[in-house]
Design a protein around this ligand. Structure first.
Ligand SMILES: Cc1cc2nc3c(=O)[nH]c(=O)nc-3n(C[C@H](O)[C@H](O)[C@H](O)COP(=O)(O)O)c2cc1C
Length: 332
């Protein structure tokens, strides 16, 4: 019997757990049509960024107030609009076009760090036809006087404000660096989030020691990144009511199986396709279906969370006990 791959995420029915994660992979309708042909079940758009939205708004105000001498210097603090492959209008048009030309659920993405006007674009994304919104509050704290509690309170404030402005489901893409991930997830659930995505990947700058410069780099992921996500997925599954998306480190059939068994509702894939093309996604999905058949799983629900910390035969493996054991094993 062909296994049933359907899964529910954020209250939306997806034909399989395999989604395209936020990236330029879905910036043109042709790319999206190819991905739909390849069998992906939904897409997350790349983000519209607070800096981009603030810059656009500033440019508009400058134009309106002082059309003859709008000051380019004032805008130079913000990244150049051309750094982004889609401007705001094009972005919204792309949502509408994907909705019109494909049957895929579309998750729009908004990315920022402060409470501000950029959050209003959530409403525009909803009006353009997005089925859900993924909010990525990416912050790199540098102020030693600002506490973790203050930063978390700001995140919750942003989530609450966005939640109040839209009716579509809302997922929060999280960083892995919280003192208590289960607690921040609980706070987000109370603030009205419908799901969380584990995890945002941090793009860490490298240092050029000859030129004495900082070098921005994007390294694509490998399966090694999965382990961090598996642990927290397994800990969260069954401890919150939210939908759980996994982003980061899905490259092989086994990665996908592990992610579902840890408790993921959907898997967002980016690096694999950037490196190997759309065909790799088809192979991954076919391989996953074959694996289910061979192991006699009839549907995703039978697999989901069977190795989470609540249901696994040995939940301590995810916690401190395993840390002690593994260190001692090494010594022996
Ligand atoms: C080129 C590129 C662009 C990305 N753009 C975004 C983005 O706009 N918003 C976002 O939340 N994540 C973005 N990401 C992160 C991915 O959505 C994803 O979380 C990350 O790549 C981990 O998944 P992977 O291991 O399958 O690559 C981007 C990643 C790459 C490689």
């Amino acid at each position: 019997m062909t296994p049933d791959l359907t899964t529910n995420y954020l209250g939306i029915q997806f034909s399989s757990p395999f989604l395209i994660g936020a990236s330029p992979l879905v910036d043109t309708i042709d790319k999206v049509l190819r991905l739909e042909d390849a069998g992906v079940s939904g897409i997350v758009m790349h983000s519209l960024f607070e800096e981009q939205l603030t810059r656009d708004a500033m440019a508009t105000i400058a134009q309106l107030e002082n059309p003859s001498e709008s000051n380019p210097e004032a805008l130079s603090y913000f990244p150049d609009v051309s750094d982004y492959s889609l401007g705001v209008e094009e972005y919204l048009a792309q949502i509408a076009s994907v909705k019109e030309r494909t049957g895929l659920p579309v998750i729009a993405s908004l990315n920022g760090r402060t409470v501000g006007g950029w959050m209003e674009y959530a409403k525009e994304m909803e009006s353009a036809g997005a089925d859900a919104l993924e909010l990525n509050v990416y912050d790199v704290p540098t102020d030693p006087t600002e506490t973790g509690a203050e930063i978390e309170a700001r995140l919750v404030q942003i989530v609450r404000a966005v939640r109040e402005s839209i009716r579509i489901p809302l997922a929060i893409k999280l960083a892995p660096f919280y003192t208590s991930l289960p607690n921040i997830v609980k706070q987000l659930e109370e603030a009205g989030a419908n799901g969380v995505v584990l995890f945002n990947r941090f793009y860490q700058p490298d240092l050029n020691i000859e030129e004495l410069e900082v070098e921005p780099r994007i390294y694509l992921s490998t399966s090694n990144e999965l382990l961090l996500r598996l642990r927290w997925m397994a800990i969260l599954h069954g401890r919150c009511q939210l939908s759980l998306g996994l982003s980061g480190g899905i490259h092989h059939v086994q990665d996908a199986v592990k992610a579902i068994m840890a408790g993921a509702d959907v898997l967002q894939v980016v690096s694999l396709i950037l490196r190997q093309g759309t065909g790799a996604m088809t192979s991954l999905m076919e391989g996953f279906k074959n694996w289910m058949e061979e192991h006699e799983y009839e549907n995703i629900a039978q697999m989901r969370g069977c190795l989470s910390s609540k249901t696994s035969p040995n939940p301590a493996e995810f916690e401190r006990a395993n840390y002690l054991r593994i260190l001692h094993l090494w010594k022996n």
